[in-house]
Ligand binder design. Structure first.
Ligand code: ATP
Ligand code: MG
Length: 426
């Protein structure tokens, strides 16, 4: 056995404390926002039967064809997959626990997703999403509400450059007609198709429209449009979504090539995109998926949802100058001398009882070195107890920023003085 240092799996990141604080701040903001719309939290396992994703996402998709971490449970032979997204799991849970029996559901989840992609900025193998799903709703009002929600979140986070693209994928009949026309069109231009497109020509021609290959863009932009095939209901649904967006002053662009990378979508699909993250510019994506519940074995139930990439959103915030944060700390407790050391632990606990955030110096060392640690801790003040103070039932309270005045106070008044002191500091 060598002594090589072990590293994290490629594309799977540690989030270190300074940055994690920004995550916590973000998660709090997001939770308030979701609760403002009546969404409730749901938590699903990170591992699901592989069959769930094959059925829900579709066999001929990037995710199922080449991005899933699938493995056999060596103990019982089950085929399992680390979840690449949350919608399928959420729908599975809703179905399994009959949550749609009496009422529609507004649900959200947050957590790690796994896809075997080429790691680069904004694209990782373990990444994190906030997923938002409304199940049991058929009308255009919920589609529009979800888009409005996003717009409110961008405002709340100070993201000003997210652009909205929307499209409709229609219903089964129009998609079938469109598919026939697409196949005929692409067959006619077979020489321009890349290997992926050739492979998908008959299995999933719609997905060819989603290609990122620059050499195929011209071909794809001239392809037959689903919009020309839409059935009346689907068209009306799409128009109502747009009307509500207009009514709320939401600016959008209709992108007829927006098909989304997963098979379960129908009717409304949307993406929020920025130009600031290079090729990884989609920060949020979603749409309607009326067929999914039935596809995984339930009674048909309409639904609509979206997912946001947390890493991409945080990258935007950091680019906007939002610094990594530090959890606020009120007190660093410095102590030296036998009597003082005995006293310090109890004083720290009392301050915590009073609701203060306190780090008790551990590991001994000189006053000077302890004070250095106090300064570096980011605490608002140091509480210093030497044997002198201990004998007198007092502590020295020292401001660590803004000039750093200090005073001796009785231990009995310590927490009150700290509060006054923090108040004075603003
Ligand atoms: P892309 O086209 O960028 O691959 P996608 O269509 O595969 O995205 P979705 O499955 O719709 O992505 O996931 C929703 C959101 O999750 C994306 O808009 C993005 O913000 C984020 N996301 C997806 N894959 C990754 C990844 N590998 N690393 C980081 N974020 C990701
Ligand atoms: Mg992808």
């Amino acid at each position: 056995m060598g002594n090589t240092t072990l590293q994290a799996v490629r594309g799977m990141n540690d989030i270190l404390p300074d940055e994690a604080q920004l995550w916590l701040w973000f998660e709090d903001a997001v939770r308030d926002w979701l609760e403002a719309y009546g969404y409730r939290n749901i938590r699903m396992p990170l591992v699901e039967p592989t069959a769930l994703f094959k059925r829900a996402i579709g066999e001929v998709t990037d995710i199922v064809e080449k991005e899933m971490y699938s493995f056999e449970d060596s103990l019982n032979g089950d085929q399992l997959t680390l979840r690449p997204e949350g919608t399928a799991s959420c729908a599975r849970a809703v179905l399994q626990h009959s949550l749609l029996y009496n009422a529609p559901q507004r649900l959200y989840y947050s957590g790690a997703m796994f896809r075997h992609e080429r790691p680069q900025k904004g694209r990782y193998r373990q990444f994190h999403q906030i997923g938002v799903e409304a199940l049991g709703f058929a009308g255009p009002d919920i589609d529009a509400e979800q888009i409005l929600m996003c717009s409110r979140l961008w405002k709340k986070l100070g993201i000003r450059d997210a652009e909205l693209q929307i499209n409709t994928l229609g219903d089964a009949a129009s998609r079938h007609r469109h598919r026939e026309k697409l196949i005929a069109y692409f067959e006619h231009h077979k020489n321009v198709l890349d290997a992926d497109a050739q492979r998908r020509l008959y299995s999933n021609p719609l997905r060819i429209l989603d290609t990122k290959n620059p050499a195929m863009q011209e071909l794809v932009s001239a392809a037959p449009k689903l919009m020309d095939e839409l059935e009346e209901d689907a068209l009306k649904h799409f128009e109502e979504v747009q009307a509500i967006l207009h009514q709320h002053g939401i600016v959008f662009e209709i992108n007829t090539h927006l098909v989304r990378g997963l098979d379960y979508y129908n009717r409304t699909v949307f993406e929020w995109v920025t130009t600031r993250l290079g090729a990884q510019g989609t920060i949020c994506a979603g749409g309607r998926y009326d067929g999914l519940i039935e596809q995984i074995g339930g009674k048909p139930a309409p639904a609509c949802g979206f997912a946001m990439g947390i890493e991409r959103l945080l990258a935007l915030l950091q680019e906007d100058g939002m610094q990594n944060l530090r959890a606020p700390l009120d007190v660093y407790l410095v102590h030296q001398g036998e009597q003082a050391n005995r006293l310090a632990g109890g004083v720290a606990e009392q301050l915590r009882d009073a609701g203060l955030k306190v780090v008790l110096h551990c590991g001994g060392g000189s006053f000077k070195s302890q004070m250095k640690k106090a300064d570096a801790s980011g605490a608002a003040c140091a509480v210093i107890i030497g044997d002198d103070e201990a004998r007198a039932g007092q502590a020295t309270l020292k401001a660590l920023r803004d000039g750093g005045g200090q005073q001796r106070v009785a231990l009995a008044e310590l927490q009150q003085k700290i509060r006054e002191f923090n108040l004075v500091r603003g």
